[in-house]
Design a binder for this molecule. Structure first.
Ligand SMILES: NC(=O)c1ccc[n+]([C@@H]2O[C@H](COP(=O)([O-])OP(=O)(O)OC[C@H]3O[C@@H](n4cnc5c(N)ncnc54)[C@H](O)[C@@H]3O)[C@@H](O)[C@H]2O)c1
Length: 333
């Protein structure tokens, strides 16, 4: 592990998004100076309301960047991550994945800063190796509805590799698997937020497909701790940040219904099944022995505990009347 003193200034790109805003709070709590950057394409200003006046936090919007103080680390968490959202803006998505990454790699180079890229399990596509180790090269459709994101992220990884080779930029590369939790936009279309918002607002839970597809869900606190630990490690190559507990989508739906019932006593909603979307991967589970060995990191929050916290957050958000700032995506709550 790197034992150098804590760097004072960290740029978080995608600061208003789900992971970015959780990272901003985490870094402020750790004592860093934090500069947030966001275009607000899918992020919510509401995620950062409580830190707007924080003396060690400043928010800037998008490129071109203003004059910046010396930046020591960059967390690149800027890219709309929900398939529903990125498929509405495929050109923006692939541009952000490639050009946004290039801009931030250039910034890292200019400031001699370390940069952590948030890549994704989607680089493995429809995996033919299960679980997926970092050495698996993936099985991705380059010409389909998910390509803007999947191939954009693969190109971003290749670009990062090139910046390491040619300019010795100090890169860290996380392949994140299905993080969920508080501050994920209630209407952004990802499966956990969909199931939770449906359940607590008494709507049917919609499963696309027959419910046997699997994902491995990582609670946000574990994800942020994993990214932070990776940032402070000496490992430059890709590393899976995920939970090795694999869950079928129908089992997730039933778990959300049961846990929401425990918290609200509301009657559980029905489940409706719709056709599976094109190119939706059937299985997803990370091999995380590298993260365990090199980072000493593993997830510690169980799916039940993480879902309870997530459901409670949605309930509190609904009660608080604070949902206006979250109404941009589809205003469902
Ligand atoms: N959450 C996950 O499960 C997961 C899994 C794999 C990878 N990732 C990656 O982690 C990062 C964060 O994901 P998230 O779940 O927080 O998504 P999110 O959509 O909640 O947040 C992304 C943020 O990036 C901002 N953004 C988009 N395009 C931008 C641009 N061109 N310039 C500046 N800001 C821009 C959005 O407005 C938003 O605030 C993304 O790079 C995503 O690909 C997330």
């Amino acid at each position: 592990m790197d034992t150098s003193p804590l760097p004072p200034t960290v740029l978080v790109a995608g600061a208003a998004g789900f992971l970015g805003s959780n990272m901003v709070h985490f870094l402020l709590d750790k004592g860093f100076n934090v500069i947030g950057l966001d275009s607000y394409q899918s992020g919510s200003a509401a995620n950062l309301n409580d830190v707007q006046e924080h003396p060690r936090f400043a928010m800037i919007r998008h490129f071109p960047l203003p004059e910046l103080p010396a930046i020591h680390q960059i967390y690149h968490l800027a890219c709309t991550a929900s398939p529903v959202q990125y498929q509405k803006h495929p050109v923006d998505t692939i541009n952000t994945a490639y050009l946004g990454t290039r801009n931030l790699l250039d910034l890292a180079r200019q400031h001699s800063a370390r940069i952590l890229l948030s890549s994704t399990s989607e680089v493995y596509g429809e995996p033919q190796v299960h679980p997926q180790p970092e050495t698996y090269w993936g099985n991705v459709n380059p010409f389909g509805p998910r390509s803007c994101y999947d191939e954009g992220k693969r190109a971003a990884e290749a670009l990062a590799y090139s910046y390491v080779q040619e300019y010795s930029v100090d890169v860290r590369l996380a392949r994140i698997f299905n993080a969920y939790g508080p501050l994920m936009h209630p209407g952004d279309g990802r499966v956990v937020s969909n199931f939770v918002t449906a359940t607590i607002s008494g709507q049917p839970i919609i499963i696309t497909g027959d419910g046997t597809a699997t994902r491995s869900f990582l609670y946000v606190d574990d994800c942020i701790q994993g990214l932070y630990t990776l940032m402070h490690s000496n490992h430059t190559g890709p590393i899976n940040i995920g939970s090795d507990r694999e869950t079928a989508i129908e089992d997730l739906a039933n778990l959300v219904r049961a846990l929401a019932h425990r918290l609200t006593s509301h009657q559980s909603p029905n489940i409706i099944k719709l056709p599976r979307p094109e190119d939706d991967p059937t299985r997803r589970q990370p091999e995380i022995s590298l993260a365990r060995r090199l980072l000493g990191w593993k997830p510690v929050v169980s799916l039940e505990e993480g879902l309870l916290k997530t459901i409670q957050w949605h309930i509190d958000l609904g009660r608080s009347g604070r949902i206006e700032g979250y109404s941009k995506v589809n205003g469902r709550l």
